[in-house]
Design a protein around this ligand. Structure first.
Ligand SMILES: NC(=O)c1ccc[n+]([C@@H]2O[C@H](COP(=O)([O-])OP(=O)(O)OC[C@H]3O[C@@H](n4cnc5c(N)ncnc54)[C@H](OP(=O)(O)O)[C@@H]3O)[C@@H](O)[C@H]2O)c1
Length: 286
């Protein structure tokens, strides 16, 4: 049985991974940072700050994982670089030193989003935001520090149990708690969190190495996605208003569509698009 170590086990994806891996009967260890871990006796929890190389190395030496799935990160704030870029390097070095397979979570926002077609695994990062720069640096550091790392580029992660940040934002718009527009020229391939967790756990058992795009099989604008999320959660979609990316005060990547043909051929887990997920959940309103 594989020993898994999930960094960021208290995060949105991390929690789903811990839940799925435990359900599959795998031996799971996970790290938390500010949040308290859930009271689950079947999981070994470890408080860890990934900015601390010695602490990360020690964690891997103690846990002796077969596979590390690195999800911990910061999207913004003063420790963005230290956590997201340097922290990923610390995790990669520690995983390499203890002989563990490494799956590092990256993002579609490493691209500038100016392409007309979907990005493949061969495309070079071209970040235009501080977060994108930190994630692009993390990819470089991971590739330099771990000879067999898998770098998974993914898109917006959503789910309803519990509700993710993106969906909550849309519900707040629909409920009149916020007043912002969703861009109709900003494209993403959102992925259902359970699909992503299942794909990553399948990948953990695989021998694939290098970059792999794992995202949902449907490219949508943030506005189209918002309408579907609002409808699926019983809200009035006419409360959602649209705008153009150029209206934003900061430059944002527009088309971050990811080409998922390689992952779809490699993995059995279906990488469903949003409408397919909502149809399966009986939540798609015609
Ligand atoms: N969410 C998306 O739509 C999306 C899209 C593309 C890519 N991704 C990538 O997917 C991964 C997971 O994203 P997510 O949204 O699930 O994350 P999240 O919910 O924001 O969780 C972040 C995790 O990082 C941990 N963390 C923060 N600072 C830390 C530190 N200094 N040391 C150790 N752990 C620390 C947090 O621990 P505490 O909560 O205990 O403090 C938490 O468990 C990330 O790598 C992200 O770049 C996400």
């Amino acid at each position: 049985m594989q020993r898994l170590f999930i960094t960021g086990g208290t995060g949105y994806l991390g929690r789903a991974l811990v839940r799925h891996a435990s359900m599959l009967g795998q031996r799971v260890a996970a790290s938390n940072y500010c949040q308290s871990p859930p009271d689950d006796q079947s999981v070994t929890w470890l408080g860890l700050d990934i900015r601390d190389q010695d602490a990360v190395s020690q964690a891997c030496e103690v846990l002796r994982p077969d596979v590390v799935i690195h999800t911990a990160f910061r999207q913004s704030g003063p420790d963005l670089w230290a956590v997201t870029a340097e922290g990923a390097q610390h995790v990669a070095r520690a995983a390499q030193a203890c002989g563990a397979r490494l799956i590092h979570m990256s993002s579609d926002v490493i691209f500038d989003g100016e392409r007309m077609v979907a990005y493949t695994e061969a495309d070079q990062p071209s970040p235009i935001t501080a977060y994108g720069e930190a994630k692009a640096a993390a990819e470089r550091f991971v590739a330099e520090s771990h000879s067999e790392a898998v770098i998974v580029r993914t898109s917006l992660i959503y789910g309803f149990n519990p509700i993710d940040r993106q969906t909550q934002f849309v519900l707040d718009l629909a409920d009149g708690k916020r007043d912002e527009r969703l861009f109709r020229d900003e494209y993403r391939c959102p992925i259902w969190v359970a699909d992503l967790a299942a794909a990553l756990l399948e990948l953990a058992q695989h021998d694939y190495r290098g970059i792999l795009n794992i995202a949902g099989g449907e490219c949508l604008s943030r506005y189209e996605f918002g309408i579907l999320l609002a409808q699926a959660n019983g809200r009035d979609p006419t409360r959602i208003t649209s705008g153009l990316s150029a209206e934003s005060s900061t430059r944002r990547p527009r088309n971050c569509a990811l080409d998922i043909r390689r992952a779809s051929n490699l993995l059995r887990t279906p990488l469903r698009g949003v409408r397919a997920v909502l149809t399966d959940q009986k939540l798609l309103i015609a």
